[in-house]
Ligand binder design. Structure first.
Ligand code: IMP
Ligand code: MG
Length: 175
């Protein structure tokens, strides 16, 4: 796709796929003998979840949540609204939240608290990308794909005004 908004590549397709396979192996090892519910956070985590689950070797289910955070286009406020909740209860289940990117960390912090209140057997998070410079809360997801610089990222599920999710690599938005 040739589009001037697609800036420098932050994570190339091969690097994404290699790291996702590694994460899948690590998660499969950690959950050996158990069953997993992977909770994808719509919409950004869809591509990541779809690729990650192909590398999961324990029995797993998937479910989805959609949240929106009140705030400006580029800064979340920490006030999160649930647009779509899980289809099924997670009490006594092993739950893994699958997120596209952690920026301030406020969304994931909210999700961890909200799902923890439902008394799962365990709750962990897997984020494809984090921006360590931007993190505003004390949060350390157990599984992280890549740490990236403080740039607005698009592609591989990440959007700018709902576009560019279909790119198979992660790029910086060039403005
Ligand atoms: P946080 O609550 O500030 O951590 O923001 C998390 C959410 O904001 C992510 O799940 C994304 O949906 C969105 N987001 C944060 N940074 C980016 C980015 O660089 N590109 C696209 N979406 C982003
Ligand atoms: Mg998201």
């Amino acid at each position: 796709m040739s589009d001037p908004a697609i800036g420098e590549t932050l994570v190339a397709r091969e690097d994404l796929q290699r790291r996702i396979a590694e994460l899948g192996e690590e998660i499969s090892r950690d959950y050996e003998g158990r069953e997993l519910i992977m909770v994808g956070v719509l919409k950004g985590a869809v591509l990541f979840l779809a690729d990650l689950m192909r590398h999961i070797e324990v029995p797993c289910e998937i479910d989805f949540m959609a949240v929106s955070s009140y705030g400006s286009q580029t800064d979340s406020s920490g006030v999160v609204r649930i647009l779509k909740d899980l289809d099924a209860p997670i009490e006594d289940r092993d739950v893994l939240i699958v997120e596209d990117i952690i920026d301030s960390g406020l969304t994931l912090q909210y999700l961890m608290r909200n799902l923890n209140a439902r008394r799962p057997a365990s709750l962990q998070a897997c984020a494809l990308l984090t921006k360590p410079e931007r993190l505003r809360v004390d949060l350390s997801p157990k599984y992280v794909g890549f740490e990236i610089a403080n740039r607005f990222a698009i592609g591989y599920g990440l959007d700018h005004a709902q576009k560019y999710r279909n790119l198979d690599f992660v790029a910086a938005l060039s403005e």
